[in-house]
Design a binder for this molecule. Structure first.
Ligand code: DSN
Length: 421
């Protein structure tokens, strides 16, 4: 054996699991709204020797030597991020979305300040002030929700709460909200109470740069995102902000919250930003939304109830209450059938978050494989087959049924190569 063996030689157990995961991702209908397929180029950059290097600080101002390649690389990533989103400043170092959000809080607020965000049960994110998160523990968090009547964000409530609590910062963003965000309306409210408006576009960043969702950049003090969801890059985070906040944000990321940036991730982000600037990415972003809309229609045509009655973005929330099965049980049964999605609370859910009433479905990963709206009837039919079978059998599907449906899913997907694998 060589002194520097390959992964397969050095650790067949881990190598085997990685190859099995490749295969699973190839053959599964991947509908988790926060997941995607990164390209081969992104994966290659993320596996580079840059992982060996320490680079605390920022380009030109580091605490280590040997920055010959790291500095230019991070500068390229920053320039590409700024150009892609049309932002005045970019910090490409956040390890992921949650650290990016905490860095914004650290940079723009003081502990104990009031913040406002969409509540987790209404589709918000933990780091938008939910009580168990640092964002809800170290800051006084006021949570807004969605209207009971149509499950859409209630801007009147946002305005009333903002006037009453005078927050320092207002979050606009979500993990599970299927409608367009009205950044301009939020900005008006934030400006009235002199709050920083911060958009978390982790889910929709790819749609924003692809022109399939309005951009928050003109309206916000800062914008955070992950780089791996609809944006289709590596696991990572990104903060964009106005020049006026650049110093505070950079200081919050390092040394406030993080140590050395993950240079291999920075390289992969730069590659993803380059890919997202291509015309083909625009086409992909439009197709994500068209696919989500077509899938929503096809599911509703089969009697499924969708929160808000449809979608404007890449995701939909399906309320399974009328199907006699919970979201978690359905998701588990579907997983055995090669269909991957997650159980999700629906607004005003009477069930517990660990076993909620709904499932969340996203169209980004299947759009990256090249599926088009015409294929969504089949996707809906495959989902329906699994849910119906599980509901009729107390949440279980037989091994024979699961094998047969898994085979159908794999056969259906065999015409659509999975990028990166
Ligand atoms: N957990 C991610 C999601 O699935 O939406 C958000 O951080």
């Amino acid at each position: 054996m060589s002194h520097d063996p390959s992964l397969a030689q050095a650790d067949p157990e881990i190598h085997g699991l990685i190859r099995a995961e490749d295969q699973r991702q190839r053959e599964s209908l991947r509908l988790i709204a926060s997941e995607n397929y990164a390209s081969r180029a992104v994966l290659e950059a993320g596996a580079a020797s840059l992982t060996n290097k320490y680079a605390e600080g920022y380009p030109g101002r580091r605490y280590y030597e040997g920055m010959d390649n790291i500095d230019p690389l991070e500068r390229i990533a920053i320039d590409r991020a700024k150009a892609l989103f049309g932002a005045e400043h970019a910090n490409v170092q956040p390890y992921s979305g949650s650290p990016a959000n905490l860095a914004v809080l650290l940079g723009l607020c003081s502990p104990g300040d009031v913040t406002m965000g969409l509540s987790l049960p209404a589709g918000g994110h933990l780091t938008h002030g939910w009580k168990v998160s640092a964002s809800g523990i170290y800051y006084k968090s006021v949570q807004y929700g969605v209207r009971q009547s149509d499950h859409r964000i209630d801007l009147d409530q946002v305005r009333e709460l903002a006037r009453e609590h005078r927050p320092k910062l207002i979050w606009v963003g979500h993990s599970a909200y299927p409608r367009t965000l009205d950044f301009a309306a939020f900005a008006e409210i934030a400006s009235e109470v002199d709050a920083h408006l911060v958009a978390d576009i982790a889910h929709i960043a790819g749609l924003v740069v692809g022109g399939a969702h309005p951009s928050p950049i003109p309206h916000c003090a800062a914008v955070t995102t992950t780089t791996h969801k609809t944006l289709r890059g590596p696991r990572g985070g990104l903060i964009l902000c106005r020049k006026a906040h650049a110093k505070a944000i950079d200081k919050a990321v390092f040394p406030g919250l993080q140590g050395g940036p993950h240079n291999h991730a920075t390289a992969a982000k730069a590659v993803a930003f380059h890919e997202a600037a291509q015309p083909s990415f625009r086409e992909y972003a439009q197709r994500v939304v068209a696919n989500a809309k077509a899938l929503a229609e096809a599911l509703m045509g089969r009697g499924y109830e969708l929160v808000t009655g449809g979608t404007d973005n890449h995701l939909m929330l399906v309320d399974l209450s009328n199907r006699g099965i919970s979201g978690r049980v359905a998701a588990k049964a579907l997983n055995g059938c090669g269909i991957e999605l997650n159980g999700n609370s629906i607004p005003f859910d009477e069930r517990k978050p660990f076993d909620p009433s709904g499932v969340r479905i996203g169209a980004a990963a299947l759009s990256s494989r090249g599926l088009a709206p015409a294929h969504m009837a089949t996707v809906a039919e495959l989902i329906d087959a699994g849910v119906t079978e599980a509901a009729a059998n107390e949440g279980e599907v037989s091994e024979a049924f699961a094998t047969q449906l898994r085979g159908r899913v794999a056969e259906f997907l065999s015409d659509f190569p999975a990028p990166g694998l």
